[in-house]
Design a protein around this ligand. Structure first.
Ligand SMILES: Cc1ncc(COP(=O)(O)O)c(C=O)c1O
Length: 443
């Protein structure tokens, strides 16, 4: 029986600063030492004889990673590629759909990840691609999420719908299987941002439901070194998908499925080499799977630990944040995921107008957030991201196999102090002598 927690962290995550209390695994992931050692070996191999590496070994090794990954998650390997990250996965798809910019439109949601919705905005600003947004305001029932999407999809205006499996901020689950079905019902392409998915949820549904496109980060929860993500492309798009950047493997998209160019290996042929960069992180997928299988005991064991610890962690954070703190959850309990949870941060009466001011002045909110988060990172060595959603501040915590319950008491305590200090400072600037709001006589 594997004993996860702090001893496990010390043994298998020895590169982590010992003074850091890591409760933000969700943002960047963290990689076990054993996999980092493999990364070093691959880098050395690249440098040992670059010609041999790029001309002979790299493709062979890439194919082995795809095979190991598809076996591990139970998907058909011919639809999978590796890309540097989820942002690249989304860009790859959005920049290879053969758009008719005169009429095509994309549907996203208000909680879509900024980098990904910005890709849609870029296509809008530069080429005139239209887009529309559904409003996700949590806590929200799945039925309401689906209803909002369906209202927009039923208009027949949208060619593609981009939605998350697990959103970033707040860290909540969407009813992704039903959203795929809805997209099919209205003949809309589905592009799924599953950045947080692998390592947290089972992905077998992909081959069963066959969405159009899906990307998921392997460097977040799967212990693959940064930068590595998986891109799934439905076989019907193998001929049109193009790499980002366009590279040697470009095949014009007038080639139809079934022709010689669109063979079973087209995803490998297109994606294995996109110019000279280090492919070392991608070539560590096998080692990361070995770590999760052999050292951790497999996906179920890992998830079970996260789910149990998460329950305890929620109680401890609520205790620290004090009266008014609540878990972000809907009545059916479908929002939460094994490795993340969001707790509302209760704000003293005196600071309510400060929060309102920050919500209304987005650039000030961003500065407030960056300053406060910077202090948490540097001074407390314990950081959890926070956001304003539905007029409340929520802090998002991550739960991983290196954590123990005491991490949440410790981090919640310091986060509370830092947030309150920052709110007091802002209060003084706004309401103190010469303060902006006092002068304007606004309260
Ligand atoms: C929902 C979601 N999409 C996309 C990304 C982007 O991931 P990356 O920075 O690895 O491209 C993230 C990162 O946290 C995310 O949470």
């Amino acid at each position: 029986m594997v004993q996860f927690g702090h001893d496990f962290k010390e043994k298998y995550y020895s590169l982590l600063d010992k003074d850091v209390t890591l409760v933000n695994h969700g943002s960047y992931g963290t990689t076990s030492t054993m996999v980092m050692e493999e990364l070093k070996k691959v880098c050395e191999l690249e440098e040992n004889y670059p010609d041999a590496f790029y001309l002979i070994k790299a493709k062979e090794r890439y194919v082995a990673q795809i095979k190991a990954l598809s076996d591990y998650i139970g998907l058909d390997s011919k639809n999978l590629a590796l890309v540097p990250n989820a942002t690249m996965g989304i860009n790859t798809v959005l920049r290879s759909v053969p758009w008719d910019f005169e009429k095509d439109s994309v549907l996203v949601h208000t909680t879509s990840y900024g980098a990904c919705s910005n890709t849609v905005k870029f296509l809008h600003d530069y080429y005139g691609l239209k887009f529309d947004t559904t409003n996700n305001v949590y806590p929200m029932e799945d039925d309401d999420v689906l209803k909002n999407f369906e209202e927009k999809l039923a208009t027949g205006k949208h060619k593609l719908c981009m939605f998350d499996m697990i959103s970033s901020m707040p860290g909540v689950m969407l009813p992704y299987e039903k959203l795929i079905t809805l997209c099919k019902k209205y003949n809309v392409l589905s592009l799924i941002d599953g950045a947080h998915a692998i390592g947290m949820v089972d992905l077998k549904f992909i081959d069963e439901l066959q969405p159009d496109f899906l990307t998921t980060n392997l460097h977040k929860w799967m212990s693959v070194p940064k930068s590595c993500a998986m891109l799934y492309v439905n076989p019907k798009h193998h001929s049109t998908i193009q790499t980002n950047p366009i590279s040697w493997s470009y095949i014009p998209n007038d080639i139809k499925e079934g022709s010689d160019e669109v063979a079973d290996t087209v995803m490998i042929d297109k994606f294995w080499y996109l110019g000279t960069v280090s492919y070392a992180p991608m070539l560590c997928v096998e080692e990361a799977i070995k770590f999760r299988k052999e050292i951790c005991g497999g996906e179920k064991v890992i998830r079970n630990y996260q789910v149990q610890l998460r329950k305890e962690a929620i109680k401890l954070v609520i205790e620290q944040f004090g009266p008014g703190a609540e878990l972000l959850e809907n009545t059916r309990g479908t929002l939460n995921v094994p490795g993340m949870f969001n707790i509302s941060f209760p704000v003293e009466e005196k600071y309510v107008p400060v929060v309102k001011y920050l919500i209304d002045n987005f650039h000030e909110w961003r500065k407030f957030k960056a300053d406060c988060e910077g202090i948490m990172v540097a001074k407390d060595k314990s950081f959890a991201p926070f956001l304003v959603h539905n007029n409340k501040i929520y802090v998002r915590f991550s739960v991983f196999i290196i954590n123990e319950a005491s991490d949440y008491t410790k981090s919640a305590k310091s986060i509370k102090v830092r947030l309150e200090e920052a709110l007091e400072e802002k209060y003084q600037t706004l309401y103190g002598v010469g303060g902006k709001l006092q002068n304007l006589n606004i309260d």
